[in-house]
Design a protein around this ligand. Sequence first.
Ligand code: CA
Length: 230
Amino acid sequence: MTRILIVEDEPDIAMVLQADLRVEGYDTEIANDGESAIRRAKDDRWDLILLDVMLPLRDGFEVCREIRRARVKTRIILLTAKTQEAEKVMGLELGADDYVTKPFSPRELRARIRAVLRRDENDAEDVFRFSDCEVDFQRGELRRAGKPVELTPLEFKLISVFVKCRGRVLSRDQLIQDAWGHGVFVTERAVDYHILNLRRKVEPEPAQPQYIQSVRGMGYRFDAGNLTQS
Ligand code: CA
């Protein structure tokens, strides 16, 4: 059974969410503050966490940061009342998978939940190797010469997108869509900045990238070469 942790401090909203998700066949539990959310997220196995941003004790951003720091890879959808782009981007950079802006319709939320859960089904590949790097999708980790490399959650998403779309040219817009998420405003320069950082971590010679290549006027292409696929 798919298990969803609902983190929401307003009892009415939490109860409605729970009732609705149970009808959909999800097994749910409610945490009503940031501290207990972190505890429950770490102590148990969940398929998804619905995480309100405005919470007592620790806010949703802190919860997100904390559980990613603890290497918990559970998918997270932020429930945000804030419509500022900066807030959305911040949530996604801290490792959330998507967000829904309050007030949302039950139908919209259900669609988002299904989309996020579907990403896991598509992530059947366990480990992808190129150069001296291993992208470990199960553990959400990149290793280089066998040693874990410190990547931000966003950098991990970027390398995952590149690996899944290897050989294809991806525009900056496509990268934003796939790595940051739908409807997020990110400048092209921000994309370039994050890719520059990623190259420093995966390329043998970051100034002369072999794997994450720039395609003039179009975007980027990840090319792992012929002999390196797992
Ligand atoms: Ca709240």
